[in-house]
Each structure stands twice: as structure tokens, then as C-alpha cells.
Design a protein around this ligand. Structure first.
Ligand code: SF4
Length: 255
């Protein structure tokens, strides 16, 4: 049974203040239409719905997401398995010597930074919620759940969206990874100077507000897959791209 959120005790615990973000202006109708067309065409290329790639509980998804930053999927997957094998109970990992955590995740980039960060983030979850679990997020509105996660130092927009979308919570949220971000930028869905973090709200606002968790997951997955298979970091294959007529970058390259 999901645990009840103790909002009063959560609110009373100290959380480092984040800078106040001004809401972005709503996207134009043209941009919304373009985002939908991109989704439709890439959906036809890859086939929808896209199956979920794993089913971790939200706390484990949080660990997995923190490990994955700037790391190949295979390496972060290996590190996650090694960490889980060494610490079958995440509480033991929080209390462990940081050197032991670092040794278990040595295959990821920056293990010396990620080991203490994972311990700190999980420690914050336990201190704020009173229990080392994120199952209670299932009872919250998705935006409130994202805000709860984002208030933890070290948890950015991609990690909070990944926990909601990829975990067994299956809540509506749009993660944006580097492939997704690159494709969106080349298509002109976001500006050339918009970083991955701020791109989350901009890209989400272009999609229908009532889209389901699966719809948003599909959107992330097809843009990511397109970035991996066609719109490569170096040498995008514009000549065989289903989006060429929508893409100023591809058209400029052709010209
Ligand atoms: S046309 Fe080229 S740059 Fe544009 S999305 Fe397709 S592969 Fe990427």
C-alpha cells in the first residue's frame, strides 16, 4: 500500500532554496503543430507504443538515473547491477563508506563525484520523507511529485522526469537526454542556446497537456532513437531523414 506523504513534516525540513524560474511564454501554434508532426512521423518510423525498457521502483530508478549522467547505458547498467549486488538494501548503501560505493560504480564517469552524491540524495529522501522510499509519489499530482524531487540538491529536471516516467510509477513526465535535446535543437523546436535543463519545460509545453505517461514516454523515446540512429552528433544522415522538410539544419546542410 502506498505510504501517505507527511506534507507538514516535509515542509518543516530544511531544503536548500532553488533560484525562482520565470515561466517560459507558451509555445506558438506553429511550434505545437511541428512538435506533433515530429512525434507522428517518428512514431511511424519506430512504431508506437514503445515498450518500457525496465521496471525499477522509483528509488532504484533515482539511483539508476544518477549513475547514467554522461555515461553509456551499458556501463551505467553494469554499475547499477554491481551496486545492487553489493547493497541489496539501499539503506545500507547510504550508511556505507563512500569508498565502497565508489568501488562498486567504478565503470561510470566521475565515480568519485557520483558515489557521495547518490548517498547524499538518498539520505535527503530519507530525511525529508522519514523513510527511504519514493513510492508515496504515486499519490501526488505529477507536477507536485516533480517539484518534490527537484527540491533535492543534485536532482535535476532530467532525473526527476526519469524517476516519474521510467519507474514503476509510470507518471506523465518528459525526460530529455542529450540525443533528444540535439534533435529538438536541430529541428528548431528549441533555440540554439537552450541547455538540456531548461529544454524540459519548453518541449513539454509544446505537447498536449492531457497526454498520458505512455504518450510522453513515446515522444522522448522516438526523439532519442532518432538521435541515435539518424541524427548523429557528427554527420547526421539528413538524406534519409523523415523530418528533412521540417528541419532548418538539414535543409541548410543540403544547401
Ligand atoms: S534533417 Fe538532418 S539535422 Fe534535421 S533532424 Fe533529420 S538528420 Fe537531424
Amino acid at each position: 500500500m502506498p505510504q501517505h506523504v507527511d506534507h507538514a513534516s516535509s515542509a518543516s525540513r530544511p531544503v536548500r532554496a532553488r533560484p525562482v524560474r520565470r515561466p517560459a511564454p507558451p509555445p506558438s501554434d506553429d511550434l505545437r503543430a511541428k512538435a506533433l508532426e515530429v512525434h507522428r512521423r517518428l512514431g511511424a518510423v519506430f512504431g508506437l507504443p514503445i515498450p518500457y525498457f525496465h521496471s525499477l521502483d522509483p528509488l532504484s530508478e533515482l539511483v539508476s538515473s544518477l549513475l547514467s549522467h554522461r555515461t553509456r547505458n551499458a556501463e551505467s547498467g553494469r554499475a547499477f547491477k554491481a551496486l545492487r549486488a553489493r547493497f541489496p538494501d539501499w539503506s545500507d548503501m547510504v550508511e556505507a563508506d563512500t569508498a565502497e560505493v565508489e568501488a562498486a560504480i567504478h565503470g561510470v564517469t566521475w565515480p568519485e563525484a557520483k558515489a557521495p552524491r547518490i548517498q547524499q540524495v538518498l539520505g535527503d529522501v530519507r530525511d525529508r520523507h522519514g523513510d527511504l522510499s519514493l513510492d508515496f509519489l504515486a499519490d501526488m499530482d505529477p507536477e507536485d511529485a516533480r517539484a518534490w524531487l527537484a527540491a533535492i540538491p543534485g536532482v535535476g529536471p532530467k532525473t526527476s522526469a526519469a524517476v516519474l516516467s521510467f519507474s514503476t510509477l509510470r507518471m506523465p513526465a518528459l525526460p530529455v537526454d542529450s540525443h533528444h535535446h540535439r534533435v529538438a535543437q536541430r529541428l528548431g523546436l528549441i533555440g540554439p542556446k537552450v541547455d538540456v535543463g531548461p529544454s524540459h519545460d519548453l518541449l513539454r509545453a509544446q505537447l498536449p497537456p492531457d497526454w498520458s505517461a505512455q504518450d510522453l514516454y513515446d515522444d522522448h523515446e522516438v526523439l532519442m532513437l532518432h538521435g541515435q540512429k539518424t541524427c548523429h552528433f557528427r554527420g547526421p544522415a539528413c538524406g534519409r531523414c523523415a523530418l528533412l522538410d521540417l528541419c532548418p539544419t538539414g535543409q541548410a546542410r543540403g544547401a
